[in-house]
Design a protein around this ligand. Structure first.
Ligand SMILES: Cc1cc2nc3c(=O)[nH]c(=O)nc-3n(C[C@H](O)[C@H](O)[C@H](O)COP(=O)(O)OP(=O)(O)OC[C@H]3O[C@@H](n4cnc5c(N)ncnc54)[C@H](O)[C@@H]3O)c2cc1C
Length: 426
């Protein structure tokens, strides 16, 4: 255990970094957050905004894997691999395939459930304490299907969710229309997780939490970490764009960029950027109407429509192309067309009015994040790799890593998230 009392330097002010900072302040540790952009401008900015305790399934699932070849061949499919990036992503995909075995799938679902359970309440607690409680909205997360094939392919996902105690309600015809009257009539089947919630501005939430970090005495520096000088138990200092910053205890919470920082410390993780997109239509473009009253996933397209403060957000896609390739906004442009099928009240001709965004989901091949102490450095800790559920898991990840840093009893068993599963030590 660290058991120190000194400052914890956190690289990354996304939902994970700011949540960790608040949990460390609660544990009596001073914090310094470093980010090259203002808090909440990384992947935490543009996600689909769903706080989903129900999304416990691993990415590598037999039913899902059987759809992968068709998705890859379909230019409109939800999964894209830029072939030039494949050689670099091979260690990821190799481990990804190995994670699809039935025993591993059950173990991952249980570990995901343990980390996500209680996230809605944890978000509400953090947001209320920071004075931004109105950002968290109840109402659940609804999946809709336009055909039996998609529903059959996802059967394994729903079975895993139910097995982990997630409340799921099946809705058809009039009951579905009653819940979401704006849905297109082709969507005959719905599965609703009523206990999930959403955030009306994920970036606004992180900004609000960062303001609370400052109010409670934490420091936030806008700087890029470029390198470091190793010390006996942690780097002695970080070399940054604003000069050297001394370090006592270091927490790397830099999302998809964490792999590069860990490599500076001699530790390698098969972390990939699973790039996703959103397209957001401002409220005036839909004449101020609310087309949907909670996040709705068109399951066959893996596209989510969420009512956010800035209008209607359409988000999705998993694109493997690395951290530096330019975005392919043609993908996001299709969301408008799909959005009109999902919600026929969405007017046409909005291309010029919609904003576009691409972000890097930090994804590890077994779906679970890395949360814990470095295998090599006593005063270096990691919290990254939350993939599709990082917004949800931020607050509870913060509590888990803060407990480990402060030497307190962890709120859940930390073993499934240990960095050593990739670095070969415990
Ligand atoms: C399209 C899409 C939809 C999604 N939908 C959902 C959803 O509905 N629900 C959900 O739970 N999750 C969702 N996610 C996933 C979620 O957004 C991420 O898992 C989460 O935001 C990761 O948070 P983070 O704090 O780890 O990373 P980030 O928010 O990316 O923060 C990391 C920070 O580190 C900083 N950084 C990196 N390197 C350096 C450096 N060298 N020096 C200084 N700073 C550095 C970056 O600038 C960044 O601000 C979605 C993601 C995408 C792309």
């Amino acid at each position: 255990m660290d058991r120190g009392t000194g400052t914890v330097t956190i690289v990354g002010a996304g939902i994970v970094g700011v949540s960790a900072a608040l949990a460390l302040l609660n544990a009596g540790r001073p914090v310094r957050l470093i980010d090259r952009v203002p808090p909440g401008e990384g992947c935490s900015f543009g996600n689909a905004a769903v706080i989903t305790e129900g999304s416990v399934e691993p990415l590598a699932l037999p039913g899902v894997m059987s759809q992968v070849p068709a998705w890859l061949l379909d230019p409109e499919g939800p999964l894209v691999v830029r072939w030039g990036h494949l050689p670099r992503a091979l260690p990821f995909f190799w481990r990804f395939l190995k994670a699809a075995g039935p025993a591993r799938v059950r173990a991952v679902a249980a570990a995901q459930a343990a980390l996500l359970r209680g996230s809605v309440a944890a978000h509400r607690g953090l947001a209320e304490a920071a004075g931004v409680g109105e950002m968290i909205r109840p109402g659940g997360f609804l999946y809709v299907y336009h055909g039996q094939r998609g529903l059959a392919a996802d059967r394994g996902i729903w079975a895993l969710r139910r097995a982990q105690g997630v409340r799921v309600e099946a809705l058809e015809g009039p009951r579905l229309a009653e819940l979401e009257p704006g849905l297109g009539s082709v969507f005959g089947q719905g599965l609703w997780m009523p206990d999930d919630a959403w955030v009306i501005s994920p970036a606004g939430l992180v900004r609000g939490l960062a303001a609370e970090v400052r109010r409670r005495g934490g420091r936030i520096e806008c700087a890029e970490v470029l390198g470091l000088e190793p010390g006996p138990e942690a780097p002695r200092r970080l070399f940054t764009s604003i000069g050297d910053i001394p370090v006592e205890t270091l927490l790397i919470a830099a999302g998809a960029h964490s792999g590069r920082l860990a490599a500076l410390l001699g530790e390698r993780f098969p972390l990939e950027s699973e790039r996703g997109y959103h397209l957001q239509v401002p409220p005036q473009a839909v004449s101020g109407r609310t087309l949907v009253s909670r996040p709705v996933m068109w399951a066959e397209r893996r596209m989510v429509a969420t009512p956010v403060a800035g209008g209607l957000r359409l988000a999705g896609t998993a694109e493997f192309a690395g951290l530096s390739a330019p975005p392919d906004f043609a993908r996001a442009a299709r969301f408008l067309e799909w959005g009109r099928t999902l919600l026929p009240g969405l007017p046409g001709g909005l291309d010029g009015e919609a904003s576009r965004w691409m972000g890097h989901r930090p994804t590890l091949p077994d779906t679970l994040p890395v949360i814990g102490r470095s295998s090599r450095w006593r005063r270096v800790f990691y919290a990254f790799g939350h993939g599709h559920t990082g917004l949800t898991a931020g607050p509870l990840t913060g509590r888990l890593i803060a407990a480990q840093i402060a030497g307190h009893r962890p709120p859940i068993d930390p073993a499934p998230y240990a960095p050593g599963r990739f670095t070969g030590q415990s």
